[in-house]
Every structure is written in C-alpha cells, then in structure tokens.
Design a protein around this ligand. Structure first.
Ligand SMILES: CC(C)NC(=O)[C@H](Cc1c[nH]c2ccccc12)NC(=O)[C@H](CCCC/N=C(/NCCC(=O)O)S[C@H]1O[C@H](COP(=O)(O)OP(=O)(O)OC[C@H]2O[C@@H](n3cnc4c(N)ncnc43)[C@H](O)[C@@H]2O)[C@@H](O)[C@H]1O)NC(=O)OCc1ccccc1
Length: 228
C-alpha cells in the first residue's frame, strides 16, 4: 500500500456472514423473512412496536453468540498497526469489529448493544430484550427503542464520514451489495475526489462498476490477503 496514508473502509453484512449472522438480501436473508417497512421504519414501529422489538430482540440475542472471523481480525490488525488515518465505517449493528479488537470503528446505522430512550433521548448499553418494556436506566420511562437507524432516518456521523473520505487516499468496500444509500454512494463520492477505490465482495455488487478494482471471494480470505 505504497503512497497510501489515509484509508476509509466501508463494511456491510457480508463481512459478518461467515460468523453466522444473516445478511439481508441473500437467499433466506433477513429481508426474506420480514418486510423492511414493517420492522425497519419508524412507521412500522408506531404501527406494531411488539413486532419490531421482537425482531431486534431476536437479532440482539443471536449476535451475542457469534464470534469475529478472519476478516474482522485482519481489519483489527490493520487498525493496530496503521500509522496513517484509518476509519472503519460499518453499516452493521453487530459488535464483531470491536470484539476482534478494532478501535477506529464508526457505526453509521447504529448498534444492537444500545437502548435509546425516546422519552429522555439517552442511549444506554443494552444486551437484554426490550419486548417487556423495561424502564430506561436514566429516566425510568418505559419508552426504549433499538439504537439503530431505520429507513427514512438520518444515518449517524455523516459529517465525520464525508470528512474522512475527503482526506482518504484509499476507499475499500467489503461485503456490501450497494443497495442502501447514502452508504452506496460513498464510492462515487470517493471517485469524484480522485481517491483510489477497491471492492472485496463475494460477488459483484450494484456499485462494482464504480470501483478501480473489484475482487470476488469470501471476506475471510480476501481481507487478510489485502491486509498482509
Ligand atoms: C432500499 C434503498 C433503495 N433505500 C434507501 O437507501 C433509503 C432511502 C434512500 C435515501 N437516499 C436514496 C437514494 C436513492 C434511493 C433511495 C434512497 N435510505 C435510507 O432511508 C437511509 C437510512 C438507511 C439505513 C437503514 N438501516 C439499516 N440497518 C439498520 C437497521 C437494521 O440493521 O435492522 S440498512 C441495512 O441494510 C443494508 C444491507 O446491505 P448490506 O449490508 O450490503 O447487506 P446485503 O445483504 O444487501 O448484501 C450483502 C453483500 O455481502 C456479500 N457477501 C455475502 N457473504 C459474503 C462473504 N462471506 N464474504 C464477502 N461478501 C459476502 C453479498 O454478495 C452481498 O453483496 C445495510 O445498510 C444495513 O445496515 N436514510 C436516509 O437516506 O436518510 C436521509 C439522508 C439522505 C442523505 C444523506 C443523509 C440522510
């Protein structure tokens, strides 16, 4: 990676697939089992909060039984060793990047392991279910929701992400189908800023044509190969 000082890495569900976490659009994926508009929109939550809380309780419980895979571990090694700027922007709400040891991680779509109180706006670490409406640890109100970004809601820390892309020499996209915006538009933003772009994905994604280079294969092989 000669001549490369600042790197932005975007990850999606594909990097956690080999850890046994369902992706969204694959055969039998999450969006085959549930209608997006029912479980991942503010309107769906208002319409049927039990359905939504049960959906996220199920995923939050499952994620805590999974382990990081060689792709997460390779990025954690890179994070520990890289002297230049590095930002791992993940669309994933799991904590496998951090459990692999990565530190420079930004969850643009939130995290499973936080509860967000819609009464006092506090976010608190959370590992248990929400279906039985537990009280907010801060204000006691029974108004918790998952701290995830639903469709139609603004992703987190967009300024920090765009700032990192502007400073980047290299933009790498791992395990994402390029179907959801604004994340799917980052490669185009990077190209317009003359940033080198690389895709590591099981198959070509909806945005593959925007990348200087696209490598196909499982993340557990491609990411360690790229890092080493
Ligand atoms: C469906 C789509 C058309 N709709 C959108 O994009 C919408 C609307 C929209 C906005 N701008 C647009 C422009 C055009 C069209 C539509 C829009 N976007 C929004 O509503 C966003 C909010 C979207 C966030 C929704 N929340 C999620 N997640 C959290 C909850 C939860 O997790 O339940 S999205 C969720 O789905 C997406 C899933 O995509 P992937 O992660 O890529 O997973 P997928 O299964 O699709 O693909 C997996 C890939 O991995 C590969 N793979 C599989 N196994 C492996 C393997 N082993 N190794 C390597 N690769 C592998 C596969 O080949 C595949 O390519 C992720 O983003 C994930 O976080 N908010 C917003 O726009 O606010 C205003 C705004 C506008 C501008 C600037 C600021 C704000």
């Amino acid at each position: 990676m000669t001549g490369i000082r600042n790197i932005v890495v975007l990850t999606g569900a594909g990097i956690s697939a080999e850890s046994g976490i369902d992706t969204f659009r694959s055969e039998g994926g999450l969006w085959e089992q549930h209608r997006v508009e029912d479980v991942a929109t503010p309107e769906g939550f208002a319409r049927d909060p039990d359905l939504v809380l049960r959906f996220y309780d199920m995923r939050r419980e499952a994620i805590q039984t999974k382990l990081p895979n060689p792709a997460h571990q390779a990025l954690a090694r890179l994070d520990a060793a890289w002297k230049g700027e590095l930002l791992i922007v993940t669309q994933n709400v799991d904590d496998l990047h951090e459990r692999a040891g990565a530190r420079r991680v930004l969850h643009m779509h939130g995290t499973h392991l936080n509860a967000w109180c819609t009464a006092c706006d506090t976010r608190s670490p959370w590992t248990g279910p929400m279906i039985d409406r537990p009280p907010c640890p801060s204000c006691g109100a029974r108004a918790l929701r998952p701290d995830v970004v639903w469709f139609g809601e603004m992703p987190y820390e967009m300024d920090r992400i765009y700032g990192a892309i502007r400073q980047a020499d290299l933009f790498v996209s791992i395990g994402t189908s390029g179907a959801v915006y604004p994340a799917a538009g980052f490669v185009r933003d990077a190209r317009e800023l003359r940033v080198r772009t690389l895709e590591l994905n099981l198959e070509r994604s909806q945005g593959s044509h925007w990348f200087h280079e696209s490598r196909q294969g499982p993340a557990s092989r491609l990411v360690p190969e790229w890092v080493n």
